[in-house]
Design a protein around this ligand. Structure first.
Ligand code: HEC
Ligand code: HEC
Length: 439
């Protein structure tokens, strides 16, 4: 208990003792035989006693009222009162310590993706969706399927290019993100313009740079002409096996909800295998948290734009304050609404090149871009080296040190090694095998 509070209580206890003693003396005097009563009390002594008891009842009610009021605003009413006691100006006091904000909880990715009520994930729908995803019929010249840019067979769900190539060899403006774990994302596309996989799947077929179909009706007609699709639609959607763009999108989305890649060293580490991450990866994980990457890449899918974990879907890319980012041309195209959807970092080591324009091909360089642009960090060769002091020539003095994060190359390396631990074992093995076959 602090000193102010104890002295306050001591004064209170003293006042109560004095009051009780006075009352006891009064009552004793009042009840004494008439001859022995002091003069003052013999006149109207009973009124005095009655008055004292009445005042007591009133005082008690006031106390109860005060206690009830204070206890219904805990921490608001009483703390400033206590803080103010003993000091002339309570505002000079440092604020009372508040409990720490909730500590960050590292989580493994769930293995099942939540599906919307109107599109439950069923095996028949998934099978239809997988077929449609790989079908070049969805493109004008029948050469490009979803899988052309989101390689599923031997790849990480991307095309490995800086920016995508659509029909007629048209080079697009944006990098292809992976479709693995994309189903966990609450916002899709680099700028987050799609709010569901169903909505997203209707985009590429009509995009003139990607699949270039003239209309949804044209797509429905093409699929209807393909005889072996009818039984698949029947199995997925029941007796009324109408082929509509809504159903095409629903089936593709159901298939994408099965594309979960959560078998990474990181997942094994947070599930209890403390050997799953090397000491440097654990240090990188700690730096990822302590330097602030988790402000944006939060939750089990490492993105605030996910259906799982804390929500913080969008952030601007502060490329202007980062020489590294500018050197990759990252300040040129700004997001349509000024902000980008925060991408997931799952399998990031398998999905180079990076950023919306695919301008960075090295993961360590991507970490340098983020550290300088998003966290305004100073990069040095080692953390032991102090940042260069800033000299104000006019005022002839050193400027006060900026509260800037300083990261060494060793820190960048450890963060990158931690990001490598987010790669799915299955995907890594598949990519290695495909690379072997190509040789
Ligand atoms: C020509 C290459 C290309 C084709 C074909 C293509 N995509 Fe994409 N995909 C991209 C690019 C590029 C983006 C990012 C576009 C953007 O953000 O503006 C993307 C984004 C996505 C995303 C969002 C991922 C995320 O994390 O936000 C999903 C899901 C997706 N595509 C699924 C599909 C499906 C389903 C099809 C087939 C109907 C398809 N794509 C066809 C290149 C392609
Ligand atoms: C203020 C929010 C914010 C913070 C903090 C942040 N990022 Fe990012 N990160 C983003 C956004 C937004 C993008 C996409 C930018 C773009 O493509 O132009 C991104 C992209 C990335 C990418 C590229 C992903 C890909 O698939 O292309 C990596 C890697 C990355 N961040 C790592 C980090 C690391 C490591 C840190 C901490 C040093 C960090 N980020 C801190 C918002 C943030």
């Amino acid at each position: 208990m602090n000193a102010d509070l104890s002295s306050l209580l001591a004064v209170g206890a003293f006042a109560i003792t004095v009051a009780v003693t006075a009352l006891v003396l009064l009552v004793r005097g009042d009840l004494a035989p008439a001859g022995l009563r002091p003069m003052a009390l013999s006149v109207g002594g009973r009124f005095l006693l009655g008055g004292a008891l009445g005042l007591g009842v009133i005082a008690f009610s006031i106390k109860v009222a005060i206690i009830l009021t204070l206890s219904s605003f805990p921490g608001k009413t009483i703390e400033p009162l206590i803080a103010g006691v003993g000091s002339q100006d309570g505002r000079d006091q440092p604020p009372l310590p508040r409990p720490d904000p909730k500590p960050y909880e590292w989580q493994s990715l769930p293995t099942v993706v939540p599906a919307p009520a109107d599109n439950p994930t069923t095996p028949a729908k998934v099978a239809l969706g997988e077929r449609l995803f790989h079908d070049p019929l969805l493109s004008r010249d029948r050469t490009v399927s979803c899988a052309s840019c989101h390689d599923m067979a031997g790849g990480s769900g991307t095309d490995g290019r800086a920016t995508a190539i659509g029909i007629d060899g048209i080079v697009g403006k944006r990098n292809s993100p992976t479709v693995w774990n994309a189903a966990f994302q609450a916002r899709l596309f680099w700028d987050g313009r799609a709010g569901s996989l169903e909505e997203q799947a209707k985009g590429p077929p009509l995009n003139p740079d990607e699949m270039g179909m003239p209309s949804f009706a044209a797509i429905e007609e093409r699929i209807a002409q393909e005889a072996d699709y009818a039984p698949l639609f029947h199995a997925a959607f029941g007796a009324d096996a109408a082929i509509t763009m809504d159903r095409i999108a629903q089936a593709i989305a159901a298939y994408e909800r099965t594309l979960v890649a959560a078998d990474s060293a990181y997942d094994r580490f947070v599930s209890g295998d403390s050997q799953a991450l090397s000491p440097r990866q654990q240090r990188g994980m700690w730096l990822f948290q302590s330097s602030g990457c988790i402000m944006c890449h939060a939750g089990p899918n490492f993105s605030g734009a996910s259906l799982v974990g804390p929500r913080n879907p969008y952030a601007p890319l502060f490329a202007k304050r980062s020489a590294v980012a500018i050197s990759h041309g990252l300040d040129r195209e700004t997001a349509p609404r000024g902000v980008w959807r925060i991408p997931s970092l799952r399998n990031v080591a398998l999905t180079a090149p990076y950023f919306h324009n695919g301008s960075v091909s090295d993961l360590r360089e991507a970490v340098r871009v983020m550290a300088t642009a998003q966290l305004n960090a100073t990069l040095v060769s080692t953390t032991q080296q102090p940042a260069q002091p800033r000299w104000d020539a006019e005022a002839k003095r050193f400027l006060p040190p900026e509260q800037r994060l300083v990261l060494g190359e060793d820190d960048v390396e450890d963060i990158a090694r931690f990001l490598e631990s987010l790669s799915s074992d299955t995907l890594s093995a598949r990519i290695k095998m495909a690379a072997g076959e190509r040789r």
